[in-house]
Design a protein around this ligand. Sequence first.
Ligand code: GAP
Length: 447
Amino acid sequence: MNKSAKKKTDDRMEKIVSLCKRRGYVYPSSEIYGGLNSCWDYGPLGAELKRNIKTFWWETMTNRRDDIEGLDSSILMSPKVWEASGHIENFTDPMIDCKVCKGRYRADQLEHARCMKKPSKTPLQCDGEFTEARNFNLMFKTFMGPLEDESAVIHLRPETAQGIYVNFLNVKNSSRQKIPFGIAQIGKAFRNEITPGNFIFRTREFEQMEMQFFVHPDEDQKWFEYWMEQRMNYYLELGLDKDKLRWHEHGPDDLAHYAKAAYDIEFLFPFGWQELEGVHNRTDFDLSRHMEHSGKDMRYFDERFTEKFLPYIIETSAGCDRTLLTVLVNGYDEVEIKGDTRVFLRLSPKIAPIKAAILPLVKKDGMPEVADKLYRELRGKFKVFYDHAGAIGRRYARMDEAGTPYCITVDGQTLEDQTVTVRDRDTMENPRMALDKVGEFLAEKVG
Ligand code: GAP
């Protein structure tokens, strides 16, 4: 990457971080104390956007189908879970230190890291002197109960998936689902990443949206391909640009310890192509390990089969925070208008935090009263925002930058014929519509 291209990508991330702070999407955690490395807080618009992303995922993966059940398992789990799952032994990254700049890096990602002393170079390009690589387990440890000894050590889950596996029998029995079926859950996961960074792309505390689909071993490839297609379609439906999405196949060297096959959906971030979601064929690895370690029979049987078997698992695993960053990057747009650079956040109406702004053209002549009445009618059905402060152009601009897809303006004509203008953020068209049709219009657009 040449210098000017690099500068441009950095600018874009910087601008997005700054917009997030300004508009209330994302703030540095504990900011008044100087922040905490790689920890972030979601502000009013960020919390709403995150909730909308989770709802969209949940509806796609559970409510729109009848073969997937939801689950919400606990973050703290029996220490035996992590022995069985292989995380105690294998969930490690190779870590090295540079004796010259005192930087700490992932040994397998040096080409993507920045030298602590000379950030324009990677650690490989400076005259660093590295220690031997040593394996570092990424799970956060804490203690359960008042005694801080080895027997009280407990881990924060590094993936939500294990909560699903240990509940496989419970969910199967209570829901009476038959294979093939899935279990979905959204929840926090924690990883003591050696090199977190790129804003909310890689953090130590994050949320995952994971689904585990249990299938007959003879049908694993069919369902693997099915879920690859479904998941790519999901991102297109979420409004991501097709040309910024691609598949990346894991080779034998980067396959996780549990996987027979794995493909990542990658997105083109300003810092390059990076993983957004993984689709994995986990075989019967997890259920067989839990069967072995717990002594519980995890095998499946129903009358369609001649013998009991351990289902194979096809997993779809997405990061919620990473999806949020992706939609911000995908939607960020700058347009020159009359010599000014205007920022537009082109979020899909489905997930935009505010669906519509209700604006009286001026603060007089009865317009605020009509606008306020409309706002009150829509509030509760949609997240709408009432704003009468400042010139209409500035109010539109604030909403464009906040990602609001529609601005509904009450003007002089409204008082005569009960119509309003409905401005579309992306087409800039501003047709008139009957006041009593606005609710229907929004339901159709944001549903
Ligand atoms: N259960 C499988 C699993 O956890 P993964 O590839 O390690 O697989 C899945 O993680 C997804 O979780 C990633 O594609 C990414 O979106 C998100 N993710 C993983 N580590 C993350 C981190 N440190 N910060 C933010 N998101 C992360």
